[in-house]
Write a protein that binds this ligand. Structure first.
Ligand SMILES: Nc1ncnc2c1ncn2[C@@H]1O[C@H](COP(=O)(O)OP(=O)(O)OP(=O)(O)O)[C@@H](O)[C@H]1O
Length: 533
């Protein structure tokens, strides 16, 4: 393998370990990267930011060797300019490892199996020596102060432990590479944190700082500005296929980063004051299932109610139980309809009763990536678009075009496959699909995960409009800022129970964070019983 010798270009080439220069990339006739140049220094954490669809993942995929850039693009790694498209195996061999958003772990297999999946190229004339391999893994985990047992299955791990395994698997791969042996290496993280709570993100950052100390460099793609300010040394902000600005994190501010991402000053969405309706739309009694051990609440017409807590506290189950998408117990009464026993509930029944669910795992649970934007946007409303002669094709296209306009979906094309849209734009299509049904109760799980700051404000505005028209929303999230911005009341869960309900002046991002970490002061000042009704 042609790898950088340890004595040369690495150390000679100032401190730049990677340079990508004038990278251009087209999908068909559409130019998605329009001459992107970035560089990465040794032991640096570089944030790659930008609106949905600005080209971050496309750039990362050029580096991973999945995307074939246009002639004239240049990638230089440890001083060596490489032929394009890059060879994925060679890139990894040279010391660039990737952790993708969904972590690429197989839940039913053990940690050890998952760690070794990425290590299949190493010659093992005597087969895998499991005892030795597991001991080496334990040593690696211990080096970073983690207690993860290699023989446990991944599904036994908490979300943050899974992220640790994916990141340390990538680090182990770096260390096997030529660059890694001299303490160098580049770890590329494409949105690794959307599934983690704020507490877990902190833990993960401790790990990244430790990794940086070993001499490795990190590129992290994220939409979370606070994360960026906490962890990066510099940020490169992409806009419409170009690098709009590169900033030194210590010398910039949250607002400046936000304004640069959007390209203009953008104010956070502020909802118009609402007066709570007296009408009870949904009464939840004794809801339990998964880690949820019993939840009672009454939700009012045109009210936005949040449920939150630390991961594993039971709040995340609420939307799925109410939609019949998860087995559980309890009872749900919707207006004057006959109460539904949760153990006999089903998604089909939920939809007929006027419920909608936008799950967190949008690609697997709420759309079909291989179908077009139009097919995905309209399949809930097909009944309305049927004429005497079958489906009214123009109605389908018109309603999709309308959705695209309303939610500013980019690219504004009805006929492309949904999977080719960036994550945030997929979410806008899914959101638009459900809001077109004007559900009585819309259940959300992390609705703005992977959505950029500007689009997030658009989504809040769209939800608020639906609320104004009578929809009630229940939103499960660990994004405290989002909850404070959207909700009228927020239930905070601890060990399967709602322990506080915040509203009014107590409903701030900091207030929610304090209650999540179970500050008894907060729970007492907002007794659950009073606030829940
Ligand atoms: N395979 C593909 N075919 C056609 N177009 C694509 C394909 N992959 C990406 N694109 C387009 O390229 C543009 C950039 O997408 P990319 O996923 O790089 O954006 P991003 O900045 O990572 O967005 P997000 O923050 O939403 O993940 C988008 O307009 C997207 O629709």
């Amino acid at each position: 393998m042609n790898v950088a010798p340890l004595t040369s270009p690495v150390s000679q080439h100032e401190a730049d370990v990677l340079r990508m220069a004038d990278v251009r990339m087209k999908f068909g006739p559409v130019e998605v990267l329009k001459g992107v140049s970035i560089h990465l220094k040794r032991a640096e954490i570089l944030g790659l930011l930008g609106q949905n669809g600005s080209g971050k993942s496309t750039l990362i995929k050029v580096l991973a060797g999945f995307n074939s850039p246009e002639p004239g693009s240049k990638v230089t790694l440890w001083g060596e300019t490489l032929p394009l498209p890059l060879d994925p195996a060679r890139i990894r061999g040279m010391g660039v490892s990737f952790v993708h958003q969904h972590l690429a772990l197989i839940p039913s297999l053990s940690v050890a199996d998952n760690m070794l999946v990425a290590d299949d190229a190493r010659p093992r004339p005597f087969g895998i020596r499991w005892r030795q391999e597991r001991a080496a893994m334990r040593k690696l985990f211990e080096e970073f102060g983690l207690q993860i047992e290699p023989s446990d299955t991944v599904e036994q791990l908490s979300p943050v432990e899974r992220a640790y395994v994916a990141i340390l698997r990538a680090l182990a791969e770096l260390r096997r590479s030529e660059a890694g042996r001299s303490g160098e290496g580049i770890l590329v993280l494409d949105e690794p944190t959307p599934f983690l709570s704020a507490e877990d993100v902190d833990k993960l950052f401790t790990l990244l700082r430790q990794i940086k100390k070993t001499g490795a460099s990190v590129i992290i793609v994220t939409h979370d500005i606070d994360e960026v300010l906490a962890i990066t040394d510099r940020v490169a902000i992409m806009r419409d296929g170009r690098v709009g600005a590169v900033m030194t994190t210590a010398e910039t501010s949250r607002q400046k980063v936000l304004d640069t991402i959007v390209g203009r000053a953008i104010a956070p969405y502020e909802r118009a004051p609402r007066t709570a309706s007296e009408d009870v739309v949904a009464r939840i009694e004794g809801l339990s299932g998964g880690r949820l051990a019993g939840f009672d609440a009454s939700l009012h017409r045109s009210e936005v109610v949040g449920v939150t807590g630390l991961i594993g506290s039971g709040f995340a189950e609420v939307p799925y139980l109410l939609f019949g998408a998860m087995a559980g117990q309890g009872r749900l009464s919707l207006g004057d309809q006959t109460p539904v026993e949760i153990k006999r509930h089903s998604p089909d029944r939920a939809i007929r009763a006027g419920l909608g669910l936008i799950p967190g795992d949008r690609m697997h649970q709420s759309c079909i990536g291989g179908l077009t934007v139009e097919e995905n946007a309209t399949f809930l409303g097909l009944g309305r678009m049927r004429g005497r002669l079958g489906l009214r094709r123009t109605a389908l296209t018109e309603s999709t075009a309308d959705l695209i306009r309303t939610y500013d979906v980019r690219p504004a094309r009805t006929e492309v496959n949904l999977s080719t849209l960036s994550g945030g734009n997929q979410q806008k299509v899914i959101m638009g699909k459900w809001l077109a049904e004007a559900p009585k109760l819309l259940l959300l799980d992390e609705p703005t995960q992977g959505v950029d700051y500007g689009a997030r404000q658009q989504i809040f505005a769209a939800l608020d409009q639906a609320v104004g028209q009578g929809t009630t929303i229940l939103c499960a999230s660990t994004d405290y800022e989002q909850l404070a911005q959207m909700c009228d009341r927020v239930f905070v869960f601890h060990r399967g129970q709602a322990v506080a309900c915040l509203s009014g002046a107590a409903l701030t991002r900091e207030g929610i964070a304090r209650a999540c970490f179970h500050d008894p002061g907060v729970a007492n000042t907002n007794p659950l019983k009073e606030a829940a009704q």
